[in-house]
Design a protein around this ligand. Structure first.
Ligand SMILES: [Zn+2]
Length: 301
């Protein structure tokens, strides 16, 4: 617990000292952090003094449109991005383009991705529990392809707004990025957070969005994937019941299902995950009171 508190404190200090850079060209101005830790979320703020057709942002091999809103004499837009788990600790390029009928403005920036000290956990389990059967391997592959196909598409419309809602009130029982070593073999690190929950506790949508996918998967059990627009997805795993259907629009706080222990799970809890343009990021800073993301939506939208 003390270690976890120290890590949380360290993270806060890192977030607080991150310097912002302002990139400009003509009427286009973009604010980005100079550095971001592996697995961390950051905010990009875009301002334009004239109207454009489309604003496009490219980051880590993916792109999204940004919804711009008129505010006073300017047009403003914001998006969440992240340097996902496994990102190389090196400068990464961000490209922002503002397109008008006969010209375009473009800024190019570098954001340094820095190492984060993730906790480690060593576990011993009977080999039969660790290695799935041939049939199950085929099922896992099929399900992974289905999920990847859904996550590859992002609604260009921005549905999300600050603040984000913690989907269940429980404590974090397994942190983001936890390096799991199973029978001496390193496994993929924990790509989300486990939140303590009782069987059948309500699980709420973290923000406004569209239900992109539901299903009962080998590892993740009964699952809901929400598309919040501009590449932001949230995921709710191991549910005992699903209360939404694909295509449905949900508001922040909408009941998506009930907590459970379906799939590969040792007891009732909610695994909550977040991906932004395919990058697995730590959602906890979004729920931290007084943190960088504890803010209300800016007017206009
Ligand atoms: Zn988990």
């Amino acid at each position: 617990m003390i270690l976890r508190a120290l890590l949380a404190l360290l993270l806060l200090v890192l977030t607080a000292t991150a310097q912002a850079a302002v990139l400009t060209e003509g009427p286009l101005s973009v604010t980005v952090p100079e550095s971001v830790g592996e697995g961390q979320i950051f905010l990009v703020e875009i301002s334009l003094t004239n109207q454009v057709e489309t604003v496009l942002v490219e980051w880590m091999g993916r792109a999204t449109e940004v919804t711009m809103t008129k505010r006073g004499n300017a047009f403003k837009g914001e998006l969440l991005l992240g340097a996902g788990l496994g990102t190389k600790h090196a400068p990464q390029t961000i490209l922002v383009e503002a397109l008008r009928p006969n010209r375009r403005e473009m800024v190019l920036g570098k954001i340094a991705v820095t190492a984060v000290a993730f906790p480690e956990q060593r576990l011993s389990l009977p080999p039969s529990m660790v290695t799935p059967s041939k049939e199950n391997l085929a099922r896992i592959k099929r399900e992974q392809e289905q999920v990847n196909a859904v996550l590859a598409v992002a609604s260009p419309r921005k549905f999300w707004n600050f603040p984000f809602l913690r989907p269940v009130p429980g404590e974090v029982t397994s942190a983001f990025g936890l390096r799991r070593i199973l029978n001496g073999q390193p496994r993929s690190p924990h790509s989300g957070i486990d939140l303590d929950a009782m069987m059948a506790d309500p699980v709420l949508a973290a923000n406004q969005g569209r239900v992109a996918l539901t299903g009962d998967f080998y590892f993740n059990g009964k699952s809901v994937f929400l598309d919040h627009g501009q590449g932001v997805y949230t995921m709710y795993f191991h549910l005992s019941r699903i209360d939404v259907t694909p295509g449905q629009h949900v508001e922040r706080g909408h009941l998506v299902g009930l907590a459970g222990s379906t799939g590969r799970s040792t007891g009732p809890h909610l695994h909550f995950g977040m991906k932004i343009l395919g990058q697995s990021v730590d959602p906890m800073p979004l729920f931290t009171a007084g943190g960088a993301f504890d803010r209300q939506a800016k007017g206009g939208s």
